[in-house]
Design a protein around this ligand. Structure first.
Ligand code: BGC
Length: 727
């Protein structure tokens, strides 16, 4: 439903004015801007004139209440119909208070905290004048070579869907017109971008439509169900057609099948890139294809402004398609209340109080601690004791580069380093600090100093990882080991013979050769954000019990990639009872399994699963199946456990994944406490996309597995039987 305001305005607009509404430019183009904003893609020479800018619909990458108020004011003075600008930016995992990277947030499995982090990010952004965030990014990811895995919540469609919804709710709240502490969300990148071949950014994507529907589309659907206002199309091709010109994706799936009525924006420069892809011979054709396919806003190229008018006049393009796109944009402006209040939440005074407030930092610390994943803890090296003499070694000891990519306004100066975090925890002794190496460079001197420092300590904490620019957009790597310099450092430190706790800062699952064998304990801290050092201190000293679990498998080696838990069975699965020695699906030189699987993560306590029961061993379409089991904290400290439920469909019309996550809960148990956990399943949870894309279930046997990871489970089976009407 379009508002009267939007309809009335459209009627008054000239064709040129309409076309310019479809253009999105970065901050430097606008009068009144006090800085250049954030540039997140290649700046090309754009053929836009003063008139185009005066009529523009939206701005990319501006921030700050004063700045945005000033741009909007100038714009309203110059725009004939007084149509306010929309300000859009990448507020991905925080505005200025930076939360852990999304992959880390995924590993918290804490949907409530994820929603809260989006809510806080929205509040900071809104008071600083922003209207729309280009988030959440919900691409399913299976290839850690791809730098953008850090922006996703991981390899599972169910989990990604839960996070998609939580983030949309957190950003948008209930009503954007009345609640000025929220901003509109733009879910991205539609679709399949996570499957770039070889993990190389912007590369070809090649997958079946069924695969797209089964794994890649569900979080987008859930974001739409949660009311997301915008969608960004992706850079890649889908079945040979770039997403930005893909009618099937936008007109058929988004508009017709899913009824999405919000705005679709291209990714940066993607309309013009139709020429490089080789599906348009010039900008004119690129504009025609993108608009006809359903791209409403062209980000950062000028194909629309340069060509749409002529295309309408020549009769090649129906003006009604332009009208449809414009009215959606006007509607979004109306939904945000911009016609009544073009400055919306922007408030210079309040901005000072809201942005980076103590309560926001506190929330960031809590989520960072819940996002860390303890991968190894031998001989109970962890938690550390405040009386121990600790040597802190590695290029991250004093580094604020722990915010990760897409932290935009986050300042590394505001970040609590690991040195600062640990120093607050120790009694009496100082933390002995030595850098040992840079990220990619080591000298004999640095190494020697670090070894000498290590000798003085009871326990060594190694702070190592990737520079943040080694992941994120255009941050693909073919070798995903720790940089050589740091492997050398770790090896040298291991010769000292003291217990080593390795803390990893990185934006992707790594190949841990050279790390795991020299570490007695291993904590994956990801890029934990502004409060990173404090959160890591909380975990290492046991003030917080680690409770994160991986949402993306850690490969044994890069040669296994892609390796993920919800893979299909082959005709010759390894480990089958009658399997031969050679002619099975395996590597000659590596295990099939990842080093650490999906759902894995240790705690300072242990949990025991028992007494799995199903309320029925047969269900029909109309029944509910209650799955119950006990979880007991069998260790000596309280802890949080992420209880996971998977199903396996033993026979399908098409091959089914060996396991699929269908439920999870994050629970907290005191030492020795036992709780009975209940999940409810029904036929709906057993549905999948058939070869003709029909989404339905098949009668047959299903296995329910529950446990603490995708591989440590107890299981039972049940039958789905047809009702009389089905037969
Ligand atoms: C990225 C998007 C981002 C956009 C605007 C592009 O390069 O792919 O994720 O939202 O820039 O900053």
């Amino acid at each position: 439903m379009k508002s009267n305001k939007a309809i009335e305005l459209l009627a008054k607009m000239t064709l040129e004015e309409k076309i310019d509404q479809l253009m999105q430019l970065a901050t430097p183009f606008f009068k009144g801007a006090s800085d250049n904003g954030k540039i997140t893609g290649p700046m090309v020479h754009l053929k836009v004139d003063v008139k185009n800018v005066q009529n523009a619909g939206s701005v990319l990458g501006a921030s700050g209440a004063e700045n945005i108020i000033s741009i909007q004011k100038k714009h309203l003075e110059e725009n004939r119909l007084g149509i306010p600008l929309l300000f859009m930016s990448d507020v991905v995992h925080g505005y200025k208070t930076i939360f852990p990277i999304p992959l880390a947030i995924g590993c918290s499995w804490n949907i409530d905290l994820a929603e809260q982090s989006a809510k806080i990010a929205a509040k900071e952004a809104a008071v600083s004048g922003i209207h729309v965030t280009f988030a959440p990014m919900v691409d399913l990811v299976r290839d850690p070579r791809w730098g953008r895995v850090m922006e996703s919540t991981g390899e599972d469609p169910f989990l990604n869907s839960m996070f998609a919804k939580a983030q949309v709710k957190g950003f948008q709240g209930k009503d954007l017109k009345t609640n000025l502490d929220h901003i509109a969300a733009c879910v991205k990148h539609f679709a399949g971008y996570g499957a770039a071949e070889g993990g190389r950014d912007y590369n070809t994507v090649n997958m079946s439509d069924r695969e797209l529907h089964e794994n890649y589309l569900p979080p987008f659907k859930n974001a739409i169900n949660a009311g997301v206002k915008m969608i960004m199309s992706s850079f890649n091709i889908v079945d040979g057609i770039p997403a930005t010109a893909n009618k099937y994706l936008m007109r058929n799936i988004l508009r017709e099948q899913w009824g999405f009525d919000g705005v679709i924006i291209s990714d940066w420069g993607a309309v013009k890139e139709l020429i490089s892809h080789g599906v348009a011979s010039n900008e004119r054709e690129a504009a025609l294809k993108a608009l006809e396919a359903g791209t409403d806003i062209e980000m950062m190229t000028h194909c629309y402004t340069e060509n749409l008018k002529n295309l309408v006049e020549s009769g090649e393009l129906d003006e009604s398609l332009i009208d449809e796109a414009v009215i959606r944009i006007l509607q979004l402006k109306d939904d945000l209340g911009l016609f009544e209040n073009p400055y919306r939440g922007a408030d210079i005074k309040r901005e000072q109080k809201v942005v980076m407030s103590n309560s926001h930092r506190k929330a960031a610390r809590e989520l960072a601690a819940e996002s860390c994943v303890l991968l190894k803890n031998e001989k109970n090296v962890l938690p550390l004791e405040p009386m121990q003499k600790i040597a802190l070694i590695g290029p991250f000891v004093d580094s604020g580069d722990i915010l990760g990519q897409w932290s935009w306004l986050g300042s590394t100066d505001d970040a609590v380093t690991i040195a600062a975090g640990l120093s607050k925890k120790v009694k009496k002794n100082e933390v002995l600090i030595s850098k040992g190496s840079d990220i990619t460079m080591i000298t004999e001197d640095l190494k020697k100093q670090a070894v000498e420092t290590a000798k003085l300590a009871d326990v060594i904490v190694m702070a190592v990882g990737e520079h943040s620019s080694m992941s994120g957009e255009a941050g693909s790597r073919s070798n995903i080991q720790l940089p050589e310099a740091q492997l050398e450092l770790l090896k040298a430190i291991s010769t000292v013979g003291k217990p080593i706790v390795t803390v990893l800062f990185n934006g992707r699952p790594l190949d841990l050769h050279g790390v795991i064998e020299h570490s007695d304990a291993l904590l994956e801290a990801w890029y934990p954000g502004t409060e990173g050092g404090n959160a890591i201190g909380d975990i290492l000293f046991g003030d917080q019990n680690p409770s994160g679990k991986l949402t993306m498998s850690f490969p044994y080696s890069a040669g296994q990639i892609p390796v993920y838990y919800n893979h299909y069975n082959t005709g010759r699965p390894k480990g089958a009872p009658d399997a031969q020695v050679r002619y099975v699906s395996q590597y000659l030189d590596s295990p099939n399994d990842p080093l650490f699987p999906f759902g894995f993560g240790l705690s300072y306590t242990t949990f025991q699963y028992s007494n799995l029961k199903l309320s029925k061993n047969q269900i029909t379409k109309t029944d509910k199946l209650i799955v119950s089991f006990n979880v007991k904290n069998t260790g000596s400290v309280s802890g949080k456990e992420i209880v996971q439920l998977y199903i396996s469909d033993t026979v399908g019309e098409v091959v089914r994944p060996v396991k699929e996550l269908k439920g999870f809960k994050k629970i907290e148990l005191d030492s020795n406490e036992e709780q009975t956990i209940y999940f409810e399943l029904s036929e709906v949870d057993l549905r999948y996309f058939h070869s003709n894309l029909a989404y339905k279930s098949d009668p047959g046997t299903f296995i329910v597995s529950v446990g603490s990871s995708s591989t440590e489970v107890i299981e039972l089976s049940f039958q789905l039987i047809p009702t009389k009407e089905d037969q």
